[in-house]
Design a binder for this molecule. Structure first.
Ligand code: ADE
Length: 223
């Protein structure tokens, strides 16, 4: 079973997304187990402070190293094999290949920050820094959910075989999926491409590959 741990100040953030659709089914089928660890539980002192002003001045607060490092140590204590990933816009890009890499590891810890960022010294206690895109979220929680969702749907037994087949055909990095159509054959004057109605599997395959190629070239400058 895949074991994910999420280190966060907002464990409630994960409740609803993990109780819907594919993640819900995967959890119920014991294909994945997700534990949230509350960072605040590892801050000492009366006020359980987890952030402080930045040295050098400037706006916003920075997450203090002591509670975060104590939380990371707790995650490693609970799961000695876990791969600890810090979510930050300054990290390496999250891709489908990264998701596949995490599936192989079987043990993943996602560290979510809030405020302006982490004290830089925390970086020495994690295995990797990861970004879900070149934009700034209010915290790492939404990013961690993207990672969890992308990983969970890749776990063996989570998707039915028809869905897995679709996945196989566009798991290559930077290659986009082809367009999909369902009934009706004509909607507000827009027709389903004739290739898809031909019943000729070789022609359908050729059309899909070409559409993937065109989209990837136009939208990602690939191929
Ligand atoms: N935290 C804030 N923004 C983020 C991003 N784009 N990726 C990962 N973590 C983040």
């Amino acid at each position: 079973m895949f074991h994910a741990q999420v280190l966060t100040l907002f464990p409630e953030f994960f409740v609803s997304p993990l109780s819907c659709s594919i993640p819900k089914r995967a959890i119920e089928a014991d294909l994945v187990h997700v534990d949230c660890i509350q960072i605040r539980d590892f801050s000492t002192g009366k006020h359980h402070k987890v952030d402080d002003n930045p040295y050098g001045g400037g706006p916003g607060m920075v997450m203090k190293p002591e509670p975060l490092v104590a939380t990371i140590r707790e995650a490693r204590r609970r799961d000695a094999d876990t791969h600890v990933v810090m979510l930050t816009p300054a990290g390496v890009p999250f891709t489908q290949n990264k998701a596949l890499e995490y599936v192989e590891k079987q043990h993943l810890t996602l560290l979510c920050g809030r405020y302006e960022g982490f004290d830089e010294r925390i970086c020495d206690y994690v295995d990797e820094q990861l970004s879900v895109g070149d934009y700034v979220l209010s915290g790492g929680e939404a990013a961690a959910l993207c990672v969890l969702d992308a990983v969970i749907r890749l776990l063996p037994g989570v998707l039915g075989s028809p869905e897995s087949a679709v996945l196989d055909s566009f798991s290559e990095e930077g290659i986009l999926d082809w367009p999909h159509y369902t009934r009706p054959e004509e909607f507000e004057g827009k027709k389903v491409p004739s290739e898809l109605l031909s019943g000729n599997h070789a022609e359908i395959e050729r059309w899909r590959r070409e559409q993937s190629r065109l989209r990837s070239q136009q939208r990602r400058d690939k191929l």
